[in-house]
Design a protein. Structure first.
Ligand SMILES: *[C@@H]1O[C@H](CO)[C@@H](O)[C@H](O)[C@H]1NC(C)=O
Ligand SMILES: *[C@@H]1O[C@H](CO)[C@@H](O)[C@H](O)[C@H]1NC(C)=O
Ligand SMILES: *[C@@H]1O[C@H](CO)[C@@H](O)[C@H](O)[C@H]1NC(C)=O
Length: 296
């Protein structure tokens, strides 16, 4: 991934530096390898989970000494299996109603509390839980928003004390109809269940039509169940009710089976075949020796 920084209308004489936005307005952290992007292009040659973040750049000249303002923010979301920390969303889905409570927390294997929830919304700022724009409260390591609004739509993730970002998740807050879909990628072979929920009825479950990438895939059901999920099921899903309206779209990603299993599988096949090969080789060898003896 290459991020490109330019000074509008001026191409020579600038040195560029690169930062990630830690939180709030103007809390930037200079990237330790910022000098790599001094020519204006900052390239992440092998994107890893830890490169998730919101980036800004700035330029300067030596003579005369001029510093530009910071650039606009540019988010970079890197997702993949087994991040070192998980963003826990409660209720556990990516779409939420307006005017309800929404809790977020970060959980790692050691149960450490060194993680904080951050978000990036249309405001273009990285906000922490106590931000006035977010109006949430931190209790322990959980950030709770007791009254959601559509302005809470954005990307949420976990940030370590040193400023590394992991597990970005798109969260959509919408009034009316929402799609209930899993927060985490679905593993190939698993079952995927989708429901359509309506804010103003109890129970909220709607009998609705389900769409994938714009085409109707199932009509008039209260839930859609896809068993034995494969990579082809990856896509944008939404649901629609003739009177109540339609939900926002959610991307559902499908990951392959954990590669360790296939490595073990290959290893066990090799080990199973080994004795047979060995016996065959020994027999062929003996056979030749016997022939040799007979010829003598
Ligand atoms: C660059 O400058 C031109 C001319 O002043 C202006 O029209 C354009 O909007 C500027 N672009 C940005 C990204 O600021
Ligand atoms: C969130 O959704 C937007 C629009 O679909 C997409 O460009 C972005 O990559 C998504 N971010 C994450 C973390 O999935
Ligand atoms: C559901 O879809 C099928 C085929 O696409 C159509 O024949 C049927 O009328 C639809 N049912 C309803 C209730 O819309």
């Amino acid at each position: 991934v290459t991020l490109i920084c330019e000074v509008n209308g001026s191409s020579t004489g600038w040195t560029f530096s690169w930062y990630t936005v830690v939180s709030g307005n103007g809390h930037y952290q200079l990237l330790s390898d910022s000098s790599r992007g001094a020519g204006g292009n900052y390239t992440v040659s092998s994107a890893a989970l830890k490169h998730t973040g919101v980036y800004v750049c700035r330029a300067e000249t030596d003579t005369p000494v001029i510093y530009t303002t910071f650039s606009n923010t540019q988010p970079l979301w890197v997702t993949g299996v087994s991040p070192p920390v998980s963003l826990i969303i409660s209720p556990s889905r990516t779409q939420h109603f307006t005017s309800v409570s929404l809790s977020l927390s970060c959980k790692d294997q050691r149960n450490s509390d060194g993680w904080r929830v951050r978000r990036y919304t249309d405001s273009g700022q990285v906000e922490d839980c106590s931000s006035s724009l977010w109006s949430s409260q931190t209790r322990g390591s959980t950030c709770t928003n007791s009254y959601t609004s559509t302005a809470d739509t954005g990307v949420y993730w976990c940030q370590s004390e040193s400023g590394e970002n992991y597990h970005p998740v798109n969260i959509t807050v919408h009034s009316g109809v929402i799609l209930e879909s899993p927060v985490h990628p679905v593993t190939e072979g698993d079952t995927l269940t989708l429901r359509c929920l309506y804010q103003f009825t109890t129970p909220p479950n709607l009998r609705a039509d389900f769409y994938k990438d714009g085409s109707l895939i199932q009509n008039q059901t209260t839930e859609m169940i896809i068993s034995n999920v494969s990579k082809s099921h990856e896509g944008f899903y939404y649901c629609k009710h003739p009177e109540r309206g339609e939900s926002p779209k959610s991307w559902i990603s499908v990951t392959g089976e954990i590669s360790q299993i296939s490595v073990l599988h290959t290893l066990s096949s090799v080990l199973t075949v080994c004795p047979y090969l060995l016996v065959t080789v020994v027999l062929i060898f003996k056979c030749y020796r016997m022939r040799g003896k007979i010829a003598d």
